[in-house]
Design a protein around this ligand. Structure first.
Ligand code: IVH
Length: 675
């Protein structure tokens, strides 16, 4: 084959493949079999391999395989990506319509033409096409600047790499929502659960998490889709209406949600919203409302924008997803500090595609407020990512068979007395040795962020407590091989491994031990502050309330909780036992005594580091006087961005907090520690 012929065939193949891509991913109606498609793709790959001079970024072979990024470059939107005002009722829609007419000086009786669309619940993105070729894709970011995620968006097959028209605009920003279908979300979470990876709370988070990956090969494995709904900056093409924008985008090969409608007057808009409020659950993806836009672009321009949202559009939010079911029973769960939480056991019901069989009732006050009884029919709600709750009782369905729930005056697990402390809504089991509390305390003690005893998960803790081998966390260090071998399904190999991990944890950093004790209000970063200040558990244990509370970042409430914890005889006894077992209780001085170059800095890490574990990096920060913190807030002074950073990176950008990459971090610490 000559170069000339190869070039021609490559062009042909690309067109064919993109056409079949569009049939399959955009229209959902393929014309050829997978095998035929694969054959075309293979032919193209082979030709491109032989004639690499013809490989271009818009070739369908280039959708996957870009090298991982270090950090996302920022991308400035030509036209900002605004947000929307919200309406929650018919009245608010009518008020919106009135405002528009008043602003435009139109008579009240006149009907404004609106374009009504579904509001997809995913991640907003902007796709830039230059002379018809997809060149940049970015997230919304703060509306003005987003993160450039082009390699990731290229992996989404329903995003065209070329605009399908002979005469494309010279420049256009197409706006859309990247989503994950409900079934793909469920499959992804199932797979993650099996791999022991954390689950995504909802399809929106899964879509956002998948797009915001520094390694596009991960995005490529996720099944993502897009619906395009608008245009930002545009040169070389004139649109007149929103309706025309949607139709044109569709003609050009973009995926546009099919359920948009032209409405004459707000009454037709209200009809559309009501209709979809009922029907939207049936869609295979999540929508959280409808977006209503003034159809004429010249009127849109006249109306202009407020600070962050246009005057010409509004989002009508669907009410949270609800279902009706019966309360079979109300049970009580006991937490680590003995708190009793009533939980409704429900006849399983599907709410927005998820089966709910339990819902928290929070506490007794809440039960009283709702007036809920056992056997009552209730409305349960799943709002976004929060755990399901009971929101109301359907009193009209009462039969007289319902039974009042009584908060038990004895702990359902150990039978000891239950008290309600003044100023607290919760009841507590005050038996420190209550097996439910003991188990919760030991789960926490052994958990990853605390003593990190690998292999000592909930199931083994439950068994060890049940057979009486563990009465407190210190007992872990007195377990013997023959003790473990008595347990069902525990072999010698596993037992030895577990004992090894237990032994290893004795030398943990001090902050881990302090965190593992489970002192109320003491999270990981407070534990670090305490370890840094006292350097030994003995000194912390005997510190005065004043000394503890004066440590910057601690304060009175937390200080009191810590002080009180160490006044409890059983806590002092636990610490004595841990010391006796040989658990390290003090830390040598910092590597560079006196030098605290990071003093006062609150540093957050996000994403993976290449050169060390995150815990090591945090350790170094602490040694140099800084405070490693787990979440980004306005008090954060620096965010170190590793590979595949999470939402903390986004948050840092939003709050304008300084970010540095791993190399910059290493440079910063190198004068003080060996790395
Ligand atoms: S129009 C200025 N249309 O909703 C107009 N937005 O707050 C801006 N969204 O995350 C948006 N479906 O990505 C528009 N049909 C639709 C939409 C839609 C979902 C998202 C958008 C952004 C949020 C707007």
């Amino acid at each position: 084959m000559t170069e000339e012929e190869a070039k021609k065939r490559i062009e042909e193949l690309r067109k064919l493949i993109e056409y079949h891509n569009w049939r399959y991913y955009v229209l959902d109606s393929p014309e050829i079999s997978d095998a035929e498609y694969d054959a075309l793709m293979r032919e193209l790959l082979e030709l491109e391999e032989k004639f690499p001079q013809f490989v271009t970024p818009d070739s369908p072979t280039q959708r996957v395989g870009a090298p991982p990024l270090e950090i996302f470059p920022t991308y400035r939107h030509r036209v900002p990506m605004l947000s929307l005002q919200n309406a929650f009722s018919e009245e608010e829609l009518i008020a919106f319509d009135k405002r528009i007419k008043r602003f435009l000086g139109m008579p009240e009786s006149e009907r404004v033409e609106y374009c009504a669309e579904l509001k997809m619940d995913g991640l907003a993105v902007s796709l830039v096409y230059e002379n018809g070729v997809f060149t940049h894709g970015s997230t919304r970011g703060d509306g003005f600047e987003g993160e450039e995620v082009t390699p990731n968006l290229r992996t989404i097959r329903s995003i065209p790499l070329r605009i399908n028209t002979p005469d494309p605009p010279s420049f256009i920003e197409v706006r859309g929502e990247v989503i994950m279908h409900k079934r793909d979300f469920e499959a992804l979470n199932k797979q993650r659960a099996e791999a022991g990876e954390p689950l995504f709370a909802n399809p929106r988070n899964a879509a956002a998490g998948s797009v915001r990956q520094l390694d596009s090969s991960i995005t490529a494995q996720r099944k993502l889709d897009i619906f395009c709904y608008g245009v930002g900056g545009c040169e070389g093409y004139e649109f007149q209406t929103q309706y025309q924008i949607l139709e044109t985008l569709r003609d050009w090969g973009f995926k546009v949600n099919p359920y948009f409608r032209l409405c004459k007057g707000i009454e037709e808009v209200i009809e559309y919203c009501k209709e979809w409020m009922e029907k939207h659950h049936e869609l295979p993806y999540e929508t959280d409302g409808a977006v209503v836009k003034v159809n004429s672009l010249s009127l849109q321009e006249e109306l202009g924008t407020l600070a962050r949202s246009p005057r010409w559009a509004i989002a009508f939010k669907f009410p949270a997803e609800q279902g009706i079911t019966q309360v079979e029973d109300i049970i009580v769960q006991v937490g680590r500090t003995g708190t009793l939480t009533p939980v409704a056991v429900l006849t399983p019901v599907e709410v927005g595609g998820v089966t709910i069989s339990r819902a928290t009732l929070h506490n007794e006050d809440e039960i009283r407020r709702l007036g809920v009884k056992i056997k009552d029919w209730v409305v349960v709600q799943r709002a976004g990512e929060v755990i399901p709750e009971v929101v109301a009782v359907v009193t009209s369905r009462r039969t007289g068979e319902e039974k009042e729930f009584q908060m038990p005056d004895r702990c359902p697990v150990c039978g000891s007395e239950v008290v309600r402390l003044p100023d607290e809504v919760a009841y507590r089991c005050i038996n420190y040795s209550c097996p439910a509390q003991v188990k919760e305390r030991i789960y926490h003690f052994a958990s990853r962020d605390a003593m990190n005893i690998e292999g000592l998960g909930k199931e083994w803790v439950d068994k060890l407590v049940d057979v009486g081998l563990l009465k407190d966390s210190a007992d872990i260090y007195f377990l013997k091989l023959w003790d473990l071998l008595k347990l069902e399904r525990m072999g010698e190999k596993l037992a030895r491994k577990l004992l090894g991990n237990i032994e290893k944890s004795k030398n943990n950093e001090l902050y881990r031990l302090i965190f593992a004790l489970g002192i109320r209000h003491v999270g990981e970063s407070t534990a670090r502050l305490l370890a840094q200040h006292f350097r030994s558990l003995d000194r912390l244990m005997d510190a005065s309330l004043e000394e503890i509370s004066q440590i910057p970042g601690i304060g009175r409430v937390v200080g009191e909780s810590i002080y009180r914890f160490f006044r409890e005889p059983h806590n002092r006894e636990l610490i004595r036992k841990l010391g006796e077992a040989g658990v390290k209780m003090a830390e040598e001085e910092a590597v560079v005594p006196g030098e605290k170059p990071l003093e006062g800095q609150r540093i957050v890490f996000t994403g993976g580091l290449r050169s060390m574990e995150r815990s090591e990096a945090e350790e170094i920060v602490a040694k140099l006087g800084g405070i490693p913190t787990s979440s980004v807030s306005k008090n954060t002074t620096l965010v170190v961005v590793g590979e595949n950073p999470g939402s903390k990176y986004q948050k840092a950008l939003e709050l304008g907090i300084k970010t540095i990459n791993e190399d910059e971090f290493l440079e910063m610490i190198r004068p003080y520690v060996e790395v």
